[in-house]
Design a protein around this ligand. Structure first.
Ligand SMILES: [Fe+2]
Ligand SMILES: [Fe+2]
Length: 474
């Protein structure tokens, strides 16, 4: 169905044909806008921003670009087209028709899954709300705002499902999505990583690379769901999500490139000298990477999970790219886990495959994370340096799952608590690292200018030059 931009709420779900639902969402809309004004990007609400807006769900040419003031962005409800042939792709009901309505017995579970996903979307906008002031260029400022408005749209995507399929409970959940706030002591966001402040741009790039990528894998799992409207919503969200990870990937790439330029100019890899020249040394990049990667791993949940097993059995949440697996029942396969043996060593344990679905998804995520690391390392190698960035072990600094609270080094080797305490400062950003990164954070808001700690991007947005005036202040 084509997108209707005539309605107050743009949509491709024929919202106008369901007056009750339309009215309920039109009632939620001003509350969303209030939230955006209060906790969305601070101080740039009257700037004209070169943004893309979804105008079709067709994979080729789905977006239109133009200058928009953020509060006037047309947040809407867009689902990928319905595939009438679609069948349940995994679990005990494999091969049966997908659901257009929610079976009563799965109502509470699906609501929880949708609320948990929905909660992350506005959370990240809140986490990033101060970053506009310290953007390294107008190009970056525009990308930040693009990510922000689209996370706002992802909230709409989940709120639509809550309103359309969960009645009064759903409407209440939609209200609460605007009441919890990132880092709020009384009403925090549901997941830990989404309560971490993002106060500098290195963290922002790490977040969009590692944490938005968690989002990608959660959405991929939900895009397999037997509940067809959820699957279709998540499929379309993935189209937008790709840009968020691009921002992270190219952002880290540009930080590395700038460090390499300075290393070449000064003919040294001494972090002190590199910092003296206003760039970010590679060991610091590694420490930020360690922090955000390990924090994002927890978002996948426990390695062994009976919830994950029942989501899979019941067809609620599958594996990313389920079509690539041969056995969609995974009923009698086993999965091997390396777990701590309680004596400072490790042992192997076999668990039913269905219980291991969180770890299956996490492993695909880790492989996807590797791709960027390999690309960044290629730059370093080409520049003739032996330093390499790397992902720490999935056991390192975990707070959830088998390895929660178990002290290991970054390679995953169990160590004593004393050794961990002594070395953690060299593995994660220290106070002085953070202070140094913050000292670089000064907004560069003139076209054709770029902060000294980051290289310019290879190309601009939508075939425009890099020095295009992507944000027009007033
Ligand atoms: Fe999102
Ligand atoms: Fe995102």
């Amino acid at each position: 169905m084509s997108m209707n931009y005539q309605d107050r709420i743009p949509n491709n779900v024929d919202l106008g044909s369901n007056r009750t639902l339309q009215r309920a969402l039109e009632h939620w809309q001003p509350e969303f806008l209030n939230w955006w004004q209060e906790l969305g990007p601070k101080d740039f609400q009257v700037a004209d921003v070169y943004l893309r807006t979804a105008t079709s769900v067709d994979a080729k040419g789905w977006a239109t670009y133009g200058f928009v003031r953020m509060p006037e962005y047309r947040w809407g409800i867009f689902l990928a087209d319905r595939n009438l042939e679609r069948r349940i792709g995994f679990g005990d009901s494999y091969g049966q028709e997908v659901w257009q309505q929610i079976p009563g017995e799965y109502r509470a579970t699906l609501r929880r899954l949708i609320v948990t996903q929905g909660d992350t979307e506005p959370a990240s906008v809140e986490q990033q709300r101060m970053l506009g002031h310290t953007a390294p260029s107008l190009y970056d400022l525009r990308n930040l705002f693009q990510v922000n408005v689209e996370e706002g749209r992802h909230l709409w995507a989940m709120v639509y499902l809550l309103h359309a399929y969960f009645g009064r409970d759903g409407r209440e959940e939609a209200e609460e999505l605007l009441e919890r706030h990132s880092g709020d002591a009384n009403k925090p966001r549901i997941l830990g990583t989404f309560n971490e402040p993002i106060s500098d741009w290195l963290s922002f790039f790490m977040f969009t690379y590692f944490t938005d990528r968690d989002g990608k894998f959660q959405l991929k799992s939900l895009a397999e769901s037997s509940f067809d409207p959820l699957a279709r919503t998540c499929s379309f969200m993935l189209t937008e999500e790709a840009h968020h990870m691009f921002v992270g990937d190219t952002g880290i790439n540009r930080v590395v490139r700038r460090a390499l330029e300075v290393m070449k100019e000064l003919n040294t890899d001494d972090p002190v000298a590199i910092r003296h020249a206003g760039a970010i040394d590679l060991p610091t990049v590694q420490r930020y990477l360690n922090f955000w990667f390990s924090s994002s791993l927890d978002l996948f949940g426990s390695e062994s999970s009976s919830n994950a097993a029942s989501y899979f059995a019941n067809g609620l949440k599958g594996r990313p790219d389920e079509g690539r697996y041969e056995d969609h029942l995974a009923a009698d396969q086993m999965y091997v886990l390396e777990v701590p043996d309680g004596n400072g060593g490790t042992k192997t344990e076999q668990i039913p495959m269905r219980n291991a679905m969180n770890d299956v998804t996490r492993s695909s995520y880790v492989r996807d994370c590797e791709i960027g690391v390999t690309r960044w390392n290629r730059l370093i190698e080409k520049a003739g340096h032996s330093f390499r960035l790397s992902l720490p072990s999935t056991r390192f600094r975990r707070n959830i799952g088998t390895w929660a609270g178990v002290p290991t080094d970054t390679t995953g080797k169990p160590i004593t608590q004393e050794e961990f305490d002594a070395r953690i400062g060299s593995w994660l950003p220290s106070e002085s690292d953070r202070a140094y990164i913050m000292s670089l954070m000064h907004g560069v808001h003139e076209p054709a200018k770029m902060a000294a700690w980051i290289a310019p991007p290879d190309r601009g947005i939508n075939n425009n030059p890099v020095d295009y005036e992507y944000v027009k202040m007033h």
